[in-house]
Structure formats: C-alpha cells, structure tokens
Design a protein around this ligand. Structure first.
Ligand SMILES: Nc1nc2c(c(=O)[nH]1)N(C=O)[C@@H](CNc1ccc(C(=O)N[C@@H](CCC(=O)O)C(=O)O)cc1)CN2
Ligand SMILES: Nc1nc2c(ncn2[C@@H]2O[C@H](COP(=O)(O)OP(=O)(O)OP(=O)(O)O)[C@@H](O)[C@H]2O)c(=O)[nH]1
Ligand SMILES: [Mg+2]
Length: 484
C-alpha cells in the first residue's frame, strides 16, 4: 500500500494509558469514523443523527452478536473542527483493558486500522492544524514531569501566529522579494533596498535572532531533560546527609566514617518546578593518599574515579565544606578537577555544631575569596545543617537560581526554545545567512546572494516542518505514544 493510501485510512487507538482507571477512551479518526460510531454505539435517546461536538450517553454493542460491551459516552467531532481536522469519534468507556480492547476490535472489524504511534498528531500536522515544532512540543508536553517542562512545551504549542520563527521567516521572504526585484528589474525605477540595507537587515533581523535561538537551546535542554547537580567535597563533610535532606528521605547511607559513599547515586527531584538530577559521590581525597599503605582501599579509589568523571558532566557542582572544622587542603582537592569555568555553589554544612555559625561562615567566605579570585564574584555560598534542616530552603532556591540564572525562567524571555533537531536546522540556516551577508558585503552578484537566502529559508523551514521529507516525519512522529 502506498503512503498516500495509508493516510486516507480511518485509524483507531486506545487514547488513555493502560491499566485500570475510571474512564478509558478509544479514539477514531477518518472518513469512516461516523459510520463506525453509528454501527457500534447505541444512544439511549432516539436520534436521527449525531450532532457534532455533543456528548451522548448509551451503550457500545457488537453489531453482529448484539452483545453489550459497556455503558458508554460518545462524541463525534466533524471535520474540520477536530484534533486531526478529520471526522473524529471518541468512545468513553470504563477503563478496563478487556473493555477497551473489545471496543477497539469492533472499530477494526468496521474497517478502521490500528494507528501508529503519533499518527493522530501526524494528521493534525499534515492537515495544517499544527506545525512540526508544535507537534514536537506536544510530545514534550506529554512527557513533562515538572512545571517548568510543562510551561516550556505549552508556550511553543500555543504560540503559532506571532512566534519568533514566523517573524524570521517573514523577514527572509521579504529580503528574497527585494533581491528578486533587483535582479529582474535592474534598470527600472522600483524602490528597492540597497546592498547595505539588505546586509544590515540580515544581521539584525536574521542572524541575531537565530543566534539567540541557538543559544537558548542549552537552557531549554536543561528545562527538558533536567539539570545534573553533582556533589563534591572531601570525605565526611556531609554530602550524603545533604543529598538525603534535599530528597526528604534516607536514600543513602550516612556515617561518621570518612569514605562511606563508594558509588555514584542519582535521584531526580523537582525543585521549584525544575527537574534536577542529584548525584551523590564519594568524597574526593588527594590521589596520592589513595593507596594500600594509607588504608584508602581500591574500592574507594574507584569511587573517586567515578566521581571525577561525573563532575565533568555537571551543570552545577555543589561543593560541601564542614563549618565545624578548619579548611584543609583536601577541601580544595575537588577544584583541581573542575574545568576552569565550571559553575559551582559552595555549601557550609554542620552549622548546628558551631556557636556563632553566621560569624564563622563570614570568616570562611573571606578565606575562600582570598584564595580564589574567581570565588570573590560568585553569587555567594549557603549555610546549612543537614541535621536540623537549617538553610535547606535557601539551598534549593540557590540551586534553581544558579542553574536558570537570576532572571528566572527562560520562558519569560523566549516563547520558542529549539530542541536538538531544530537547533541543527538553525545552525545550518545561520551558516547560509552568514554567507549571504558576506556576499552582499563583498558585492557578489545578487543572483548568488539570492541563492544563499533561499538556502537559509529552506533550512529554516525545517524547524517548523514546512519543507520536510517523509521519512524524517515518520521518524519524528514514531517517538510519540500510541493513541496520540
Ligand atoms: N477528549 C479529548 N480531550 C483532549 C484531547 C482530545 O483529543 N480529546 N486533546 C488532544 O490532544 C487535547 C485537547 N486538544 C485539542 C486540540 C484541538 C481540538 C480541536 O477539535 N480543534 C479544532 C476546533 C475545535 C472547535 O472549533 O470546537 C480545530 O482546531 O479545528 C481538540 C482537542 C487534550 N484533551
Ligand atoms: N552535627 C551534624 N552532623 C552532620 C551534619 N551533616 C552530616 N553530619 C554527620 O557527618 C557524618 C558524615 O556525613 P555523610 O553525609 O556520610 O558525609 P559524606 O560527605 O557523604 O561522607 P563520604 O561519603 O564519606 O564522603 C555523619 O556522621 C553525619 O551524621 C550536620 O549538619 N550536623
Ligand atoms: Mg557520602
């Protein structure tokens, strides 16, 4: 069967998650949807036809055996006012698997076929209700676990009309029009922008906003996938205790023996709506001390190696110090393993053991600032006690700030934040735009510049899926869940 024919099939799927629940929905989309509804659903009240967008009470019944499958609510949404822009039927039954499976089988017996993952949404795209970036945002929305992830996805989903991408695309079309007029009517007295103007529009209205979108990718990635926050510090300062305190449970073993944590332990937490993966590590001790003769065993040495490799991936390193003891060389060992500009946050723990914690805290900060010039202009450190819970709230706030930045959520500045696929399209568009601008600056023939601008447009349109090929579409939509 050809691809096009498959696109005309009426499709069906269970749209709700598997497992017992209150209500389950079988969704049907396509030209046969209303016929299937009439054949398998018997409304309680006598009606001549189903009105669009109206919920009916009745029973799902096998048209051949007349067996009643379940008590049900049903709705028909006529094209084009539906999710897919085709006729859509939803049968809402009790949500046992056996019930939903029987209803699905009835729809298939009536000529529908099982939808592929993401196929309803693919139709919404093909029929022009949403663009590709929105379809991808939908997938993110389904997978969103925290408030920030949800907000990021929903803002892309909703912002079709006045979106940043649409604005850039319009500029490109306008520039292209100017170029073509200049090429086709070189001698006529039509008002066109000169090369200098075209170049500055390319710089200000294409290159700059595309550059910003590419830069926002990294923050978007943190919002989507979560930030990796790795504990660092010498043994016994209370890394595992703070890890447990943030999680709100006794997840890892804590003991007064230095070198308690041997393995890497990761747990995800939701902090202020941001997904954060916390990584507890083995305390870092000077390498030369790790050897049989110092009693630091091979297991611990391996733990330290693992910790070091995780530290390099961190979006943020939480460096823990013990406020109740004087700073020692081992406290600073971790810094020698961090990349030059690695973001870190300093935490002074065990405040409960000290008489004047605030005073001592200030003094320790002074010491740090004098040792590390780069520390002096850091946002500051945090005073906590894993034991009493002092400063934990502030620590969580500081974590969020250190990862997302002072301005708060990225969403306040951008409506649209690219995912990896979109970022790669943007990078290609950017390279072509740079070439077009260079062409204008160097006075290359306008035909050549116009070709470059057309390349920009083509790369750029792949972000929203305007000029995208079939197999890539299949790949993108197959990441969806069944019934979506
Ligand atoms: N029962 C149910 N709930 C659901 C969905 C669904 O498909 N079914 N959705 C599925 O994701 C989401 C809502 N999204 C939707 C988006 C557009 C349309 C739709 O019919 N749009 C028409 C206009 C409808 C009208 O005019 O009344 C359109 O844009 O043409 C429906 C659902 C979440 N809740
Ligand atoms: N009084 C007090 N004791 C603490 C505090 N935090 C941790 N401790 C104690 O300090 C000791 C070491 O704590 P851990 O959390 O195991 O320290 P760690 O940094 O994970 O140590 P390693 O895994 O060996 O690197 C334990 O006896 C804890 O009970 C605190 O805030 N106050
Ligand atoms: Mg530990």
């Amino acid at each position: 069967m050809s691809l096009l024919e498959r696109e005309k099939d009426t499709i069906c799927a269970i749209a709700t998650p598997v497992g017992p629940g209150g209500i389950g929905i079988v969704r049907i989309s396509g030209a046969d949807a209303s016929k299937i509804l009439k054949n398998v659903f018997k409304p309680k009240r006598n009606i001549t036809d189903f009105e669009s967008h109206r919920l009916y009470y009745g029973h799902v019944q096998d048209p051949h055996s007349h067996e009643i499958i379940d008590e049900c609510m049903a709705v028909l949404m006529r094209a084009p006012h539906s999710y897919t822009r085709e006729d859509v039927v939803e049968l809402q039954s009790h949500s046992g698997h056996a019930v939903l499976k029987r209803i699905l089988d009835l729809a298939i017996a009536q000529g529908a076929r099982l939808a592929e993952p993401g196929e309803f949404t693919k139709r919404a795209f093909i029929n022009g209700r949403i663009d590709l970036a929105q379809a991808e945002a939908l997938m993110d929305l389904i997978n969103a676990q925290t408030e920030e992830e949800r907000r990021l996805a929903v803002s892309t989903l909703m912002g079709k009309e006045d979106s940043e991408t649409e604005r850039i695309r319009n500029v490109l079309l306008e520039l292209l029009a100017h170029l073509e007029v200049a090429i086709d009517f070189p001698d006529e007295d039509v008002e066109i922008l000169d090369e200098g103007h075209l170049a500055s529009r390319l710089e200000n209205d294409v290159l700059t906003p595309i550059r910003q979108l590419i830069q926002s990718y990294e923050q978007g990635r943190i919002l989507r996938e979560g930030a990796l926050v790795v504990f660092g510090g010498r043994p016994n300062v209370g890394k595992s205790s703070i890890f447990n305190a943030i999680l709100g449970m006794g997840r890892v073993i804590v003991s007064p023996i230095p070198g308690t944590t041997r393995d890497i332990i990761e747990e995800a937490v939701d902090i202020e709506g941001l997904r954060i993966v916390l990584v507890d590590t083995a305390g870092i001790r000077a390498k030369e001390k790790v050897g049989e003769d110092t009693g630091v065993d091979i297991v611990e040495a391996q733990g330290i190696e693992l910790s070091l490799s995780r530290l390099k991936d961190a979006n943020l390193v939480l460096v823990v110090f013990d406020l109740s003891e004087d700073l020692k060389d081992e406290d600073f060992e971790v810094f020698s393993y961090l990349p030059e500009d690695a973001p870190f946050l300093v935490v002074f723990n065990k405040a409960d053991l000290v008489d004047d914690p605030e005073g001592r805290f200030k003094k320790m900060e002074e010491v740090l600032a004098s040792m590390f010039p780069s520390y002096a202009n850091k946002r500051g450190s945090i005073l906590v006690s894993a034991q009493t819970g002092l400063g934990l709230k502030e620590l969580k706030k500081a974590l969020f700030k250190a990862i997302i930045g002072e301005e708060g959520s990225t969403l306040k500045r951008h409506g649209f934040i690219p995912n990896l696929r979109q970022k790669e399209c943007l990078e290609r568009a950017f390279a072509f735009a740079e070439r077009a601008k260079e062409g204008l600056d160097k006075g290359r023939p306008l035909e050549v510049v116009a070709m470059d601008v057309r390349d920009v447009l083509r790369a750029f349109e792949e972000v929203t899926g305007r000029g995208i090929e079939g197999d890539l579409l299949d790949k993108i939509f197959s990441n969806f869940c069944l019934g979506k």
